[in-house]
Ligand binder design. Structure first.
Ligand SMILES: NC(=O)c1ccc[n+]([C@@H]2O[C@H](COP(=O)([O-])OP(=O)(O)OC[C@H]3O[C@@H](n4cnc5c(N)ncnc54)[C@H](OP(=O)(O)O)[C@@H]3O)[C@@H](O)[C@H]2O)c1
Length: 275
């Protein structure tokens, strides 16, 4: 399986996303592990994730084999099932949420800790800076090996990189082919040595995937449309996420080192979503 090293930490090339699985979370994460996935993305946000079920699924597995990533989610992104005290200062909320994540995941550290998203659509608010400072302190203790940020614009990432004492190692964003597969943010990631994690690579790009270009590449490589997208993602330096619930698709989404795209195919796919 494809693997990479991010700031000295080994990271599997494809990550299994655990959102929206509710009662099936444990069973599907177990299935993903058996299929060969070793990187798992979750969040201490009960509204969309069941982090404790992820922990149950992986309980007893050799910790050193796993790459576990979870997130701190601001109050506005949560429902009533908060993993922290709603009126505590943000720094305390981060500590409480993180402590609860470690308990859910039966671990003493996470490989990556991600700020789920800034609290405003433009710029960074004081609570985002407070959250990042608290995350940096967790990094200092050794309990969060790498830090990341999600759902950011290029400007927000630039601002964060400018103020961070511990710079982000990851960005996790929805990747729209119509925006050059998030070209602006990816370009900044390359400059700042940040690894880009792409989600909704399939669901956000249905029209692009239906283009004849994909039929041609399928014909040449023997890969499926979906495998071509994940292969493309890897070849342009992304770390793709899949949240499939199908055992067959779990296997397919991992089996993307069986073929390679040519430079021309990669360039054509880069442009495929342009209006
Ligand atoms: N940071 C954030 O705010 C945020 C937001 C959204 C998602 N995420 C993360 O990203 C993960 C992935 O989410 P996503 O939005 O990319 O959607 P997703 O939950 O992975 O959904 C992907 C869709 O593509 C289908 N699919 C996957 N592999 C396929 C294949 N090989 N062939 C055909 N269909 C295939 C799946 O159907 P089947 O189940 O039938 O295969 C599913 O309908 C989440 O679980 C979560 O961890 C993070």
């Amino acid at each position: 399986m494809i693997e990479r090293t991010v700031r000295g930490v080994r990271v599997p090339g494809v990550m299994y996303g655990t959102a929206w699985k509710e009662d099936r979370t444990q069973e599907l994460v177990e299935e993903a592990f058996v299929t060969g996935y070793r990187a798992f993305d979750t969040a201490n946000q009960r509204k969309h994730y069941h982090e404790a079920a992820v922990g149950e699924a992986l309980r007893g597995r050799e910790r050193g084999q796993l790459f576990l990533q979870t997130k701190f989610t601001h109050r506005a992104g949560q429902d009533h099932r908060l993993p922290y005290d709603a009126v505590a200062p943000i720094g305390t909320q981060v500590e409480q949420s993180f402590g609860s994540s470690l308990a859910h995941l039966h671990t003493t550290y996470v490989d990556a800790y991600v700020l789920h998203g800034p609290s405003t659509t433009r710029g960074l608010a004081p609570e985002d800076v407070d959250a990042w400072r608290a995350m940096e302190r967790l990094h200092d203790t050794g309990a969060a090996h790498l830090l990341g940020v999600s759902n950011v614009t290029r400007d927000q990432l630039e601002q964060l990189c400018g103020l961070a004492r511990v710079p982000p190692a990851f960005v996790q964003n929805r990747c729209h082919a119509t925006r050059g597969w998030d070209a602006d943010v990816r370009a900044l990631c390359r400059r700042r040595d940040v690894t880009y994690q792409g989600f909704s690579l399939l669901t956000a790009n249905r029209a692009t995937l239906a283009r004849p270009l994909f039929d041609e590449v399928m014909h040449r490589t023997g890969g499926t449309r979906e495998q071509i997208v994940f292969r493309f993602a890897v070849q342009v330096g992304m770390l793709p996420l899949t949240g499939t619930s199908s055992p067959q698709h779990m296997r397919d989404d991992l089996a993307i080192d069986d073929f390679e795209l040519t430079e021309r195919e990669v360039e054509a796919i880069e442009r495929a979503g342009a209006p």
